[in-house]
Write a protein that binds this ligand. Structure first.
Ligand SMILES: NC(=O)c1ccc[n+]([C@@H]2O[C@H](COP(=O)([O-])OP(=O)(O)OC[C@H]3O[C@@H](n4cnc5c(N)ncnc54)[C@H](OP(=O)(O)O)[C@@H]3O)[C@@H](O)[C@H]2O)c1
Length: 310
């Protein structure tokens, strides 16, 4: 497993991490097997959110109840969680009270006294950057949160936060897979009036993150669209799967590792956030951490996924 020091922190992190959005209905034994498989594969970084689960903090609590981590086990892993979405509505809330209450709820559910990284989940149109800064300062001073980041944010939204927030924004978690790659694809087709691909949907988020040492984390790395099912093995992507399968054979890894490698191969040093609850798939995907796809292979996958290289 490839690891690196997460810029803006002292943390050594893997470039493949495990998301726990889908564990609510899993038994203790299933959660433990999933996490142990991840740990054995070098995945020491776990992604949560207050809203994951059938009730608020549901998946965080499911994880903690199943794992019963000792303090030394807790120290060996990175726990990341998110705040800012209100389920009832839904709506987004970056107010001081909401952020602080959400973190307190996450600490209680996770059974820990600190969160390594807190992400603001989706941009709040009514954000008051000074209020976010005050929440971050208080959470940091209390030792409750060690580092801060965002999710689904544009460069302008990050700049607005940075005007008031003193801590570095260490991560931006965004939707990115081979078949859902506007973040990458727009730049490749910049300035092409006839191509929908050349329309910017995120105002240059990827370049901004690279320029400012904000680590990009790719959520839904195998979903074709927005929770529409995986592209791996899907009859809707025959050309893409043919290329994936050929490269999988060539590198002697499972197909899911090639889909992972398409993201990890990018020089932005991104983290892939796996969402599978199947231990075999976790182990297989982890093998994509360091597959040395050539430039030609990376672009072949990109074209086979339907993107233009004009
Ligand atoms: N920041 C955000 O806004 C945001 C949004 C969504 C998610 N996330 C994070 O990202 C993580 C990953 O998201 P995701 O779960 O949508 O990603 P994903 O890994 O692309 O999708 C996993 C889902 O696909 C299913 N699946 C079916 N066949 C599969 C195959 N061949 N290979 C892999 N998976 C297969 C899995 O089922 P099995 O469990 O049966 O394998 C699981 O339900 C979440 O856990 C969460 O931590 C963040």
């Amino acid at each position: 497993m490839k690891t690196f020091t997460l810029p803006g922190t002292q943390l050594t992190v893997p470039n493949v991490v495990l998301g726990l959005m889908r564990i609510q209905e899993k038994t203790d034994e299933e959660v433990r097997t999933l996490v142990k498989t991840a740990r054995d594969a070098g995945i020491s970084f776990f992604d949560h959110a207050d809203v994951y689960g059938s009730e608020t903090h549901g998946c965080e609590k499911r994880f903690a109840d199943a794992m019963q981590l000792t303090s030394s086990e807790r120290e060996q892993i990175v726990l990341q969680t998110k705040a800012g979405i209100v389920r009832e509505g839904p709506y987004f809330d970056f107010s001081y009270d909401h952020i602080v209450e959400s973190v307190d709820g996450s600490l209680a559910a996770l059974g820990t006294d600190y969160i390594d990284i807190l992400l603001l989940h989706r941009p709040d149109a009514l954000v008051e950057p000074d209020e976010v800064a005050r929440a971050f300062d208080d959470l940091s001073a209390a030792g409750k949160v060690r580092s801060f980041g965002v999710s689904n944010h544009t460069p302008g939204q990050m700049e607005l936060l940075r005007k008031s927030v003193s801590q570095p924004i260490v991560a931006n978690q965004v939707q990115l897979s081979l078949t859902h790659a506007p973040l990458v694809a727009q730049g490749v087709a910049a300035n092409m009036q006839a191509l929908d691909q050349s329309v910017s949907r995120d105002s240059g988020t990827l370049d901004y993150c690279r320029l400012n040492d904000v680590t990009v984390q790719a959520w839904s790395p195998f979903q074709a669209g927005f929770f529409t099912g995986v592209f791996l093995g899907s009859p809707e992507y025959p050309e893409l799967n043919a290329v994936i399968d050929r490269l999988a054979k060539q590198y002697d890894v499972p197909a899911i590792a090639v889909a992972t490698a398409w993201i990890t191969r990018h020089p932005a040093q991104m983290q892939v956030v796996l969402g599978t609850t199947n231990p075999e798939r976790v182990a297989a995907a982890a093998l994509g951490s360091d597959v040395p796809l050539t430039r030609a292979e990376w672009y072949e996958l990109f074209r086979a996924a339907g993107y233009a290289v004009p």
